[in-house]
Design a protein around this ligand. Structure first.
Ligand SMILES: [Zn+2]
Length: 320
């Protein structure tokens, strides 16, 4: 039997040892290469686009020879105003792409020896870099499976039976329950969204799935509407999970990863961040057969392309 990809040497092309052995200068060079690939890592002014700059090597800054604007390799990117060393940033990315079910922020802060909140914001910025590849704006094509799964809002039952409430009633719920609706190409991308009810998936399919596609869905009655737009394979999960190629197994395996990530690593998440974990999971799912060195480069490259994060820049300063 063929060896599983993740057990093969080809899946391991980057390690923490190699990152730290190569050191801070090499890590910095990696960020420059990814930021300015068209000039081979030579600085390009983000203000005027001129490709000659004075190097202020002591502070790792540049000064544009044309407009005198001062900038660094991370100016205008997700990692703008970073305080962490480049080698630690690269290590954080390595840890995150290696963890197939995500990694808790306590663990990341211990691995990097940084504060919990530093790890929290950093990981969310890295998820944002991943999300740019998940939400490309292109419609899904081919055979597309759709499904939803609910997360959050768990209410622990009271200790004594006489104190317990009917947790099915709306007035006893926390309002934190959300559904992740995911559409997944059988041979390609996974596209998740967060909503209040699974029925919102019909509108999402209308926006994000090509009319030439075939869709697969389970027996839930709100998916009946999909038949108006597509040929739809339905599978009734109370009878059978896979019926001669009619199944939603691909999208189910995305939910399995997401559930493992949220319950196993993060121990529940707030509805505010659920979309970030869904994007992280989708990215891992879509890249499950890519070696970890390539994955780390993809993340750095996306981060260097992505504009300053509006959500995460100065997050803890605002929260305080
Ligand atoms: Zn300039």
């Amino acid at each position: 039997m063929a060896q599983h990809f993740l057990l093969s040497a080809a899946s391991r092309t980057l390690s923490l040892r190699s990152i730290y052995k190569a050191g801070e200068d090499a890590a910095y060079e990696t960020f420059c290469q990814m930021r300015w690939p068209e000039t081979g890592g030579e600085a390009v002014c983000p203000c005027c686009g001129f490709d000659e700059a004075y190097k202020i090597t002591t502070r790792r800054k540049f000064k544009c020879k044309a407009c005198h604007h001062q900038f660094s390799v991370t100016s205008g990117t997700i990692f703008a105003s970073r305080k962490m060393d480049f080698v630690d940033l690269l290590a954080a990315i390595c840890i995150l792409v290696n963890a197939s079910k995500g990694v808790s922020m306590v663990q990341l802060s211990r691995d990097l020896d940084c504060q919990y909140k530093t790890a929290f914001v950093l990981a969310h910025k890295i998820r944002e870099a991943m999300a740019t590849e998940v939400h490309t704006g292109e419609v899904l094509e081919g055979h597309v499976e759709i499904d939803g799964a609910y997360f959050g809002g768990h209410i622990r039952p009271e200790n004594a039976k006489k104190d317990r409430k009917d947790r099915r009633l709306k007035r006893h719920q926390t309002g934190k329950r959300r559904v992740v609706i995911a559409m997944r190409e059988r041979e390609g991308r996974t596209l998740p969204f967060v909503g209040q009810s699974e029925a919102e998936g019909v509108a999402l399919a209308n926006e994000n799935v090509s009319r030439m596609s075939t869709m697969s869905a389970d027996e839930a009655s709100h998916w009946d509407e999909l038949h108006m737009g597509w040929h739809v394979d339905r599978v009734n999960h109370s009878d059978i999970y896979s019926d001669h190629g009619k199944h939603t197994n691909m999208v189910e395996s995305f939910f399995s990863r997401l559930r493992n990530m949220i319950e196993g690593q993060h121990h529940g998440v707030s509805p505010k961040y659920l979309h970030q974990y869904a994007n992280h999971s989708a990215w891992l799912e879509d890249n499950r057969r890519t070696d970890n060195g390539t994955l780390a480069h993809i993340v750095v490259s996306n981060a260097m392309d992505a504009p300053v994060s509006r959500n995460w820049k100065g997050y803890w300063q605002r929260a305080a």
